[in-house]
Every structure is written in C-alpha cells, then in structure tokens.
Design a protein around this ligand. Structure first.
Ligand code: NDP
Length: 250
C-alpha cells in the first residue's frame, strides 16, 4: 500500500468522525447558522470562496499532471467542472437569501476539504502512474459510473432549482418544497449529490473517489435528518410519508 493510500484511509476515518459529530451538532450554515460560531461573511461570497478551490485545484492538477494525456483524463476533468463551475460561480448568485451569513469557520473548513479532496482526486486522475488510458472510456465501470453521475446531477440540479423558486426576491423564510423527488424525500438535492459522487467513485474506480463519496454521505446524511426534523416541527401539514433522504426507506 502506498503512502497516498494510507493518507486516504486516514482521510476516510476523519469522515467517520465528522459524520458522528454532525449527528450532534448541525453544520452552522443556512438555517442552522449561529452567532456563536464567530465572524461571518455574506453567504453568496462564502459559497464562492468555499467551492472555487475545487475548480482551481483540479484545473491545476490537470495542467501539471504527468499522466493526463488521454481522452479519459479530459472526460473526468469535464465531469468535475460541469459540477463545480456552476456550484462555485453561478449558484451563489441565484440563491435568494439576501441577509444570510455564513461563519468564516465553516468557510475555512470547506476550503480545506475542497483543497484536500481536489488534490487527492486530481493526483489519482492525472498524476499517478500509469494514468487512465483511453480504453477506460469503454470500461463498464466508467460507463456505469458516468450514467450514475449524470442521474445524480439531474436530481441535484432539479432539486436545487425547486428550492431556489420557493422564495420571492428579498424573502428569507421557509416553505414546504414540492414537486420532483420532493414528493418522496425532504432533501433530493442531497440525495442527488450523494448519487453523483457514488457514480464518480465507480467511474474512477479509485480510493480518492470512494473517499469523496463517503465524505458526501458524512456531510449530508445528518443534515438531511436535521432538515426533516425542521420541516416536521415547523409545518404541521408536512407530508408524513416523505422520508429524509432515501425514497421509501429513510
Ligand atoms: P439547503 O437545502 O440547506 O439550502 C439550499 C438553498 O435553498 C439555500 O439558499 C436555502 O436557504 C434554500 N432553501 C432550502 N430549503 C428551503 C425552503 N424549505 N424554503 C425556502 N428556501 C429554502 O442546501 P445546502 O445549502 O446545504 O447545500 C446547497 C448545495 O450544496 C446542495 O446541492 C448540496 O447537495 C451541496 N452540498 C454538498 C456538500 C458535499 O459534501 N458534497 C456539502 C454541502 C452542500 P437558507 O440558506 O436561507 O437556508
């Protein structure tokens, strides 16, 4: 086992610790933002600062990687950027949350996460010998993983779009989301995000991809449970059959 693999296993162990911590303390951004977490900045700039490193680090790893001369490497870069460019540079300016602020502590943690995650995935994809050859584009793991990635992407984008339209300009309250996968779960955006990175893990067939999928579950499964509880407490008419994250299951 290489040093890189050992570091990734330690990184996965840290995800498990974060998962347990988030079961007790919701990440303090969005509806759970609290003054006790110290200085804050406007949430849209927070999102840009948090997510931009994912774009920059991956683009840098591609530019300087020693094993990036294949269409497969290009395909992985395109998938990554398809997700992260809108997330970093477009979405923050579409959310309707004029007064929402995010603690700098959260911004700092998200930056560290995106830098480490970008380095791990970028090194695996573009630098680690022997690299991904063009034949990987026809491998069943790549084809299945990419299809799952696309499915998750569609679910995540649709859910985030529906959430955006719950508020009019300048509004900041909460409403019951409806339509799409909201019929079955409270957080289809999180479900879509988890599906995306599970697809990525399969398509890359790598420890770095698996680590990202596990980190996504660690971050978002506790938050989905908290959102579910939030909706049930706030809205007596909240659809009782709606699960938190996985239709019909949980
Ligand atoms: P939320 O669902 O908490 O909020 C998304 C946006 O919708 C916010 O602007 C929020 O406003 C607004 N919103 C949510 N619910 C309602 C409602 N019922 N009524 C009105 N407005 C609402 O998602 P996150 O902010 O946690 O995540 C945003 C995206 O980032 C998601 O796609 C998520 O999957 C992704 N993400 C990925 C992570 C990963 O580990 N890969 C980690 C965290 C997020 P407000 O901010 O005011 O609550």
């Amino acid at each position: 086992m290489t040093l890189g693999d050992r570091l990734l296993l330690a990184w996965i162990a840290l995800a498990a610790v974060v998962f347990v911590a988030l079961l007790f303390v919701p990440a303090p951004y969005g509806r759970y933002a609290r003054r006790a977490w110290g200085p804050t900045i406007a949430s849209r700039w927070a999102w840009l600062l948090m997510e931009a490193p994912a774009v920059l680090v991956m683009a840098g790893m591609f530019a300087f990687g020693r094993h990036r001369d294949s269409w497969t490497a290009v395909a992985f870069l395109v998938l990554w950027l398809l997700h992260y460019v809108p997330r970093a540079f477009v979405d923050p300016f579409l959310w309707r949350e004029p007064t929402r602020r995010t603690p700098l502590a959260i911004v700092a943690m998200a930056i560290v996460f995106n830098v480490v995650n970008g380095l791990a995935n970028g090194a695996t994809l573009f630098d680690r010998p022997p690299g991904y050859r063009d034949a990987w584009l026809a491998d069943p793991r790549f084809l299945l993983g990419t299809a799952i990635f696309a499915l998750g992407y569609a679910i995540n984008r649709d859910a985030d779009r529906r959430l955006r339209h719950l508020r009019g300009p300048g509004e900041s309250g909460y409403r019951i989301p409806r339509g799409g996968l909201f019929r079955w779960v409270s957080c289809p955006n999180y479900l879509g995000e988890i599906v995306i990175w599970c697809g990525w893990a399969i398509a890359t067939w790598s420890l770095a991809g698996l680590a990202f999928a596990l980190w996504t579950v660690a971050n978002l499964a506790p938050r989905a449970r908290d959102h579910q509880r939030f909706y049930r407490e706030r809205f007596p008419e909240y659809p009782p059959e709606r699960r938190a994250l996985v239709p019909g299951v949980w």
